[in-house]
Design a protein around this ligand. Structure first.
Ligand code: ADP
Length: 327
């Protein structure tokens, strides 16, 4: 690993997130600025082991900073879980002379990257591209801000109709096993209840609060549920509430994939540009196998292995704020 990095590959892996293009752009242009050759690897690890790789120039990333999705495409690659798959990927890298990798993805992609770099001594840098925000060692992940803003816009609209009809709406947002999108969008829209997988849902509390609000003639209620909640999402929560309060008018809305798409917010473009720049700087300076996070507005370089094993956590402070403000 002492050999200097001269030709780097960049890929996007796992779930896509708005702002990945801005990160690719930053990696490509910072690489070229540092006299590196930069190669785009299509469809994540899948494209790597299929040698679906092309050389990128500064112009290859023109006019993409504002676009959602990823020009390199993304995929989930079963073969990369197996040592034979990773061997194939390594052979491709050797053949193409690529001696450094930037992986833009979530914790799954980082686990793959760690296995790969341990086995083959390939320097890898991780950038968090995920709307779920469940990554250890960073205050931001690329795409989270855009996804939350999309959810907020949608929930605001739903509240208008909920208000017109005096109705309960149970809205499901994304986040896989993490509740950050639910928490942030719920607080920002004044949701009456926010259910996240990181905390056990107390159905009794929800029923009591709905009954109490009915007494106070507060009939509009928005419950935001993370898709990974232990009760299985909005449809199940609605059924559980209906069982206890059969007369209640409850509507379910599952926001779904609109949260992944769309133009990245300014914040996501900024953090993607900053992380992409620092990822390449790490490779140039020989700071290998780290994750480039941002904490307290400073770069935070954490061993990729550590990031792949831990998760970001929801603070008690936020949970307390939710409880007080939603009364
Ligand atoms: P994300 O990166 O968004 O969390 P996934 O968990 O689907 O998405 O992971 C993306 C890809 O990373 C997988 O399809 C697989 O190719 C690779 N990967 C994930 N976990 C591992 C692992 N433990 N070992 C090897 N490769 C992995």
């Amino acid at each position: 690993m002492e050999k200097k990095v001269s030709r780097i590959g960049v890929l996007t892996s796992g779930g896509d997130s708005p702002g990945m293009n801005a990160a690719i752009r930053a990696v490509v242009r910072t690489g070229i600025y540092n006299d590196l050759e930069v190669y785009g690897i299509m469809r994540g690890f899948q494209g790597l082991l299929e040698n679906d790789i092309y050389k990128m120039e500064s112009r290859s990333v023109a006019n993409i900073i504002q676009r959602g999705g990823t020009i390199l495409k993304t995929a989930r690659c079963k073969d990369f879980f197996k040592p034979e798959g990773r061997k194939k990927a390594y052979d491709v890298l050797v053949k193409r002379g690529i001696n450094g990798l930037v992986v833009i993805g979530g914790d799954g992609s980082f686990r793959g990257a760690v296995d790969f770099s341990n086995e083959y001594n390939i320097p890898v840098i991780g950038i968090a591209g995920t709307i779920d925000k469940d990554i250890y060692g960073t205050d931001f992940t690329i795409g989270f801000d855009t996804a939350v803003n999309t959810a907020v816009e949608a929930i605001d609209k739903i509240r208008d109709t909920a208000d017109a009809h005096d109705r309960l709406f149970i809205i499901e947002v994304m986040g896989r096993e993490a509740g950050f999108i639910a928490l942030h969008s719920g607080i920002a829209t004044g949701a009456e209840n926010i259910l996240v997988p990181e905390r056990k849902t107390n159905l009794e509390d929800i029923i009591n609060s709905l009954q109490e609000k009915e007494r106070r003639k507060k009939l509009v209620n928005i419950i935001v549920v993370a898709e990974g909640d232990e009760n299985g999402g909005a449809t199940n929560i609605a059924a559980l509430i209906k069982e206890r309060l059969p007369l209640i008018e409850a509507r379910v809305c599952i926001l779904g994939h609109i949260q992944r798409g769309g133009a990245p917010s300014c914040l996501d473009r900024l953090i993607a540009s900053r992380m992409g720049y620092h990822a390449v700087e790490c490779l140039v300076e020989g700071r290998y196998n780290v994750f480039v996070g941002i904490q307290h507005n400073k770069m935070n370089y954490v061993p990729l292995e550590k990031v792949s094993k831990k998760r970001g956590t929801i603070s008690e402070e936020w949970m307390k704020i939710v409880k007080i403000l939603a009364s």
